[in-house]
Design a protein around this ligand. Structure first.
Ligand SMILES: *Cc1c(COP(=O)(O)O)cnc(C)c1O
Length: 361
């Protein structure tokens, strides 16, 4: 099970009041059914509980539902080896969320409010048993089967129907539990002809509308037997951009780890930034620069994609114009695996967090 809509009982909602220019916060407690009790319920009753928890009291007709005018975050909380819970780099998500909202010409949600609400959110749901307990068996396969809490903060507009800018947005934090994002087996990727983001567009914003193209591209790729799509740039149709919802890295023949440089068409991933730091700290040469599809087809040795949901997922091959470039004999690469091990180890509190990335509750 990757993502399911197994919503947590307690959600957070804040609404911007344009008169007072302040955010009014509220906690929505749909129910207080402990997690343990859900496990013994029959499926039908469980689904009723989740459906009820999905009633967040935000308007059905809005700029968000009609025009995809909204933005979101994806953030994880991890059960730690020492029994505590940590949130990974929430300051970065808070900052990106504020920039996304401002990029949509909305009032930005204050970073300290975001962090405070996120911590409180985890505490309240943890009390009802919604944060999984640490399991030392996870260490055996590098946390591949480990559980975490997937938090989904998002912005939704007020009720509206004409095209316009949200003046009284809602910010919601909800969550669901997750294990691995990509199902095992096939990890082939294909270059799609579709264009995710254009210069002067919204590719750098984690906004709802960007994901329509990705949904279509991913369906086409899956029907053709691939797990993931990789986009090329919109102008020259030559440079690698990223995956449908994840950033991308290549280990080149000369030993350099390369990822496309940020700009207005690439989502500035927090996993991406963390992997760049970890690889450099391990002594690897890392470059953020334009990387053409020809270069990858000629000398890409390893490839992996990164994201909060995806973690670090190895890509076995990349197909372009009917030609397949196979990476590392289709096996997860050594570099990607060692970075994955380190990142997960830090997140689950099994390896020392020398960069101070975890916010420990
Ligand atoms: C969220 C996202 C990522 C990954 O960002 P993280 O902060 O690492 O989770 C990459 N690309 C796209 C398009 C995304 O939406």
């Amino acid at each position: 099970m990757a993502f399911t809509l197994e919503m947590y009982p307690i959600s957070y909602i804040a609404r911007y009041n344009p008169q007072t220019k302040s955010w009014e916060e509220e906690w929505i407690e749909s129910d207080t059914i402990p997690y343990s009790q859900l496990l013994t319920m029959n499926e039908e009753d469980r689904q009723k509980v989740f459906a009820n928890r999905n009633q967040l009291g935000i308007p059905a007709v809005s700029y968000t539902s009609q025009y995809g005018y909204g933005c979101f975050e994806g953030m994880k909380a991890y059960p730690r080896k020492d029994g505590k819970i940590s949130i990974f780099r929430p300051d970065r998500n808070a900052n990106r969320f504020k920039k996304s909202m401002e990029g949509l010409y909305c009032p930005g949600f204050p970073e300290e409010m975001y962090i405070k609400a996120s911590c409180e959110f985890i505490r309240r749901n943890a009390e009802l048993g919604y944060v999984p307990a640490y399991n030392s068996q996870w260490e055996e396969n590098n946390y591949a089967s480990a559980s975490a809490v997937y938090m989904r903060p998002f912005m939704n507009s007020e009720a509206a129907i004409g095209i316009g800018i949200s003046k009284a947005p809602y910010v919601v934090i909800c969550a669901t539990s997750v294990s691995t994002y990509f199902k095992g087996g096939n990890t082939k990727a294909i270059i799609t002809n579709r264009i995710r983001a254009t210069p002067q567009g919204t590719g750098w914003i984690k906004c709802a509308s960007n994901y329509v193209i990705s949904t279509l591209a991913k369906k086409e790729a899956e029907e053709a037997g691939f797990m993931e799509v990789v986009y090329l740039d919109a102008v020259e149709r030559k440079y690698i951009q990223e995956g449908s919802s994840c950033n991308i890295f290549f280990l080149m023949q000369d030993g350099t780890l390369v990822t496309p440089e940020l700009g207005d068409t690439i989502l500035p991933g927090i996993t991406r930034a963390s992997i760049i730091d970890l690889a450099r700290q391990q002594g690897h040469k890392v470059e953020e620069r334009p990387i053409s599809i020809e270069e990858v087809m000629d000398s890409g040795m390893e490839c992996f994609v990164t994201g909060t949901a995806a973690g670090i997922t190895p890509i076995e091959s990349l197909t372009h114009n009917g030609v397949e470039r196979v990476f590392n004999n289709r096996k997860p690469g050594e570099l990607g695996e060692s970075l994955q091990k380190q990142l997960k180890g830090i997140q689950y509190g099994a390896i020392q967090d020398t960069n101070n990335w975890n916010l420990i509750l």
